[in-house]
Structure formats: structure tokens, C-alpha cells
Design a protein around this ligand. Sequence first.
Ligand SMILES: Nc1nc2c(ncn2[C@@H]2O[C@H](COP(=O)(O)OP(=O)(O)OP(=O)(O)O)[C@@H](O)[C@H]2O)c(=O)[nH]1
Ligand SMILES: [Mg+2]
Length: 225
Amino acid sequence: MTSARVDVVFPCLNEEGALPWVLSHLPEGYRAIVVDNGSTDRSALIAEAAGALVVHEARRGFGSAAHAGLLAATAPIVTFCDADASMDPRDLEPLVALVSSGAADLALGRRQPTTRGAWPLHARVANFALARLMRRATGAPLHDLGPMRAANREALLGLELTDRRSGYPLEMVLKASRAGWTIVEKATPYSPRIGRSKVTGTIRGTVVAITDMSRLLRSNNAEDE
Ligand SMILES: Nc1nc2c(ncn2[C@@H]2O[C@H](COP(=O)(O)OP(=O)(O)OP(=O)(O)O)[C@@H](O)[C@H]2O)c(=O)[nH]1
Ligand SMILES: [Mg+2]
């Protein structure tokens, strides 16, 4: 049982270095759900010791971890945040305020790099191109496919998201838009992560992300035809 007003889903793959900082920056009344995606380090132990609910999801992939967290959540509002300390969980509060006031059905953090090293150039270029396609597909004035998000739990479950890799955040926006949701973006600071980069810092990770997202955009366009 939880009386948390907000659940925070942290997809987690080997983030033992970042978790102590991340979990000590939760706003009051927020509960952490750390989804351990087969970590080989001490992530799960550290999360448990910090008082988080730990969910184990063996199937690899960002979407797989994020969705397992959504299924485990019980609070009326569910948020998502990376567990690598690139984002401060306290910055979830303005996003939650947008959802709880009814100003947004889906609130997205638009990443604002705090230093030059926070967001590698190739990742920014890929994000820029995908965001343009996303704007075209949804008509919403969005600029980032960032992972920091807030929405109502039951509404999110109703979207029936199926992507289990890196297309999950984009699928969420596309389906929310089709369902007529108000999608609002708000600037959030983005700092260099703690620990080794897995996606944007590697070419393979970036290629997988672009492949997944391009496929989603193609099938979304096909539905329009
Ligand atoms: N890449 C990846 N991340 C996962 C997975 N499962 C959970 N995660 C977590 O998802 C969050 C986002 O992944 P990151 O590796 O930070 O991806 P990113 O922010 O695009 O890129 P970098 O920070 O540069 O690695 C982190 O908290 C990861 O630990 C998975 O299967 N793959
Ligand atoms: Mg990251």
C-alpha cells in the first residue's frame, strides 16, 4: 500500500553510482519505483536500502523497464525520470503541477543542457530531427523526446503502449496526441550523467533509438493515410 501522491518510475540498468544522489532528491510525497533491468552491479540493493520500491524486469530495453514501472505504480499521477542523475527528481514538481491542475494531460521535460558536455552533439542532432517529425505528426509544439514526464496513471495505462525499447517515449506522445491529450513541454535542466553512458554516448545506442523511433513515425503516418 502507498499513500504517495506521485510515483516516480526510474528505469535502471547499472546505476549504482547515480542512485544515492537521485533517490535523495525526491520531492516530499513522491515514491520511487526503481525498475532494475538486469543490473549486474549493486543498483537493486542500493535502491532498496534507500527505501525505493524495487521492481525486477528481466527483459532488457528502456520501454520494458519503464512499462514495468507503470504497471507497478499505484499513485494517481505517475512520472518518469532517468536514474543516471542527469535530471533532478525535484524538477518533476512543475510537471506534476501541470497535470494535477488539468493544464496538461501529459507534461514533458524539455532538456536544457547545463554544461556543454551534458548532451553530445550527435544526440542533439538526432533529437532535433526526430522532434521535428514528432511536431509534424502531432501538431503539438514539442522540441524534445526527453524522458522526464508526468501523466495520470490510469490514462497512461489506457494508451496501451507496446514498444519495449527506446521508442517508448515517442509512442507515448504519438498515442497521447491521437487520443486528444493536451501535451505541454516545460524546460528542465539536463546535466552530465553519473556513470557510463549507454545510449546517447554510444553510436550503437543512438542507431537503435533512431531505428525504433523512425519505425513508429512511419506506422503513425500510415494510420493517417
Ligand atoms: N540504455 C538502456 N537504459 C536502460 C535500460 N533499462 C533501463 N535503463 C535506464 O534508462 C535510463 C536512460 O538510459 P541512459 O543510459 O541514461 O540513456 P540516455 O540518457 O539516452 O544516454 P546516456 O545517459 O548518455 O547513456 C537510465 O536510468 C538507464 O539506467 C536498457 O535496457 N537500456
Ligand atoms: Mg542518460
